[in-house]
Design a protein around this ligand. Sequence first.
Ligand code: DPP
Ligand code: ZN
Length: 844
Amino acid sequence: EQTIYLSDYKEFSHFIDGVELTFQLSPTKTRVKSKIHFRPNPKAPEQAFFLHGEHLKLISAHIDGVKISPTLTETGLTAEVPTGPFIFEAEVEISPETNTALEGLYMSNGMYCTQCEAEGFRKITYYPDRPDVMATFKVRVESALPVLLSNGNPGTSDEGIAEWHDPWPKPAYLFALVAGDLIAHSDSFTTKSGKDVALNIYVRPGDEDKCAFGMGALKRSMTWDEDVYGREYDLDIFNIVAVDDFNMGAMENKGLNIFNSSCVLASPETSTDANFERIEGIIAHEYFHNWTGNRITCRDWFQLCLKEGLTVFRDQQFTSDMRSHAVKRIDDVITLRGRQFREDNGPLAHPVRPESFVEINNFYTATVYDKGAEVIGMLKRLVGDEDYKRALDLYFERHDGDAATIEDWLKVFEDTTGRDLTQFSKWYSQAGTPRLSVAGEFSDGTYILHFKQATPPTPGQPVKDPRVIPIAVGLLNPNGDEVRETCILEMTEAEQSFRFTGLSTKPIPSILRAFSAPVILERQSSTKERAFLLAHDTDPFNKWEAGRALAKETLVAMLTADAPVNSDFLDALAAVLRDENLDPAFQALALALPSQDDIAQTLFDAGVTPDPMAIYTALETLSQSIAQHLQDLLPRIYAANHVDGPFSSEAAPAGKRALQGAVLGLISRLDGGDQARAQYAAADNMTQQLQALACLLRIDRGQTELASFETQWAQDRLVMDKWFGLQSGLAAPQKAAAITETLTKHAAFDWKNPNRFRAALGGLTGNTAGFHAADGAGYKLVTDWLIKLDAANPQTTARMSTAFDSWRRYDASRQGQMIEQLKRIQATPNLSRDTHEMVTRILG
Ligand code: DPP
Ligand code: ZN
């Protein structure tokens, strides 16, 4: 196992002036012929000529037409090469059908497809498989299958043959090939400068009625990127292909995006509102990569956040513009805290730009993606919208065609604004979530906020320097009027104070508005003040945050001091529900309680060992109290948010359905599920059908509905994923492992399909009290399956092993059991490099 270091970067020995590839497709004996035009790179340090290649059967190799016998190893090929330019040719044989890892060229339901990011191209042919080697590709595909696709623009095609030419130099990780019996949903787009682009979404027969929404999302993305970032599309054609077996969400291959079918196929009957929003966001994300990722790519994989952080930031902006800024920000912060804060506060903590790795696939993380996006949000807040725009224009102008670094990225901001970003760059190099504590002081019309920041140690980084933290603050007076509009306090020291003068009364501060930095804000506050902010804060994020803090404080008091449910919190919730000026989507978010995992981490941070079952019970008790307290209000809100007419996935009706669903959850606790059964029976869309089923499962009912759901949707694999996930995810804690085990014996449990595996087993790991059940049945079941999956699919196994990363939080018995299971994984013969690295880091 070899560790790769950022500091070891060196340029490749050669440039590539062009690549020609021919694929003769066959399930177990695909032939790949390559012709690569190499030219020496005079700046590169002395090195042997090396091409990556794994699991390839070399048939022949030639240099300038002369047959050679290169030296082959597990990882590639070395050869003596001429000192000047030369042509390297190879023919290799590969077996897509037996490729269950879903990296390189593989088969899914009879179709051929590829996944090359990060290092999958080396499983297709011998090549310098690194992002800083960019080349133009000509591809010829030979197969009897009707649809044959690759990157770029189509060339000549004939019976059984298709040629594609990609004029834009690209790294191998953006290569793609698809062949199959597929149906196109077609449309077109005219760019701002008048260029016509053909658009297609290719799907398997039977899915063609689920493409229209994705196509609309694609066109909205293309328009938005022109309007907001001035970026136009640059080929004659843009293709999307839906694939059922896929490790990730989707992949931005140049001109040929490949999608997990769950992230592109949509219809009202089979997709929830959340699915629609996610699909729109992912289509946008992959499309936006065309500029932030493809035209400007990464020099090496340590720079992954260069493209991912920026592209996540862009897709978040897009979704905000399409839907609601306030709701999107709250959703994003919930995700950030749930995934990234957990990562950043455990054994897998790493900087946004890591400095070493064993397996790069293990670094497609919430930290690289979501914290990477937060860092860009902070930069934008610090420099302002105008300078952000100017910096981005300069970035595209200066680096188009480059394989760039984070230094390049920061330099455009420095050059645009004259700022020194040395300290800011610590956000890229230091792991861990800063704790920001604050105390306020008022006298003689002056209000002073005293801030302190500190970041706990993370693996390999015992000591942290202060960061630049943009703290958005507004001040309210006791009547709820805003007496100071939002301003950005720029904190750079470990301790720093900021003063506001000329105030007539002691203000109520609203701190870290819009969640202006990815930190944990520690602030002593009274229930009264939180309830005041929940009622009056003009910043929608902090308004929500006040309610969330109240919920957390109530739960913590219930768990640590045997306190009763705080009635001020219940009254505050009632006020939110009664406020007819509020967006229903916001009200739904305000009604939602923090996750079990969130409470566990909160207790752990406070020095209390969390008891998963007690947390589950406290949440149940609190939900029951909320239901009882709001009893009279619930039927009215439910009825008032009924959406009539044909289904629309837009934000307004989706928000009403979200509120209705939240209210239905509470009503179900009072009526034994009658209303939910009625909603289930009447539902003509998946959002309401699934909501009702979930409400029933949460109160341990719904067996009849589960069975009828299965009968109704047995033929729809994406809907059946929901059926699997809901049962393991919502099972009562004592039963969760047993129910999941039964699911794994179901005829439709196709464990090699990542979506199905994640639905069933990921449902269990997301069911916190169920996974952590005291008898260890959850740990054992998940481990058994991870060990089994690792032999077929290392990437998904490694990803899912993170379920164990919170082991240090828990009591000695649970710790012991989790360590035992982690060691059992670690000791598995032939364990993949992916999973071995993860388990080793988790054990620490
Ligand atoms: N680059 C992909 C994405 O994030 C994942 N491999 O879009
Ligand atoms: Zn991406």
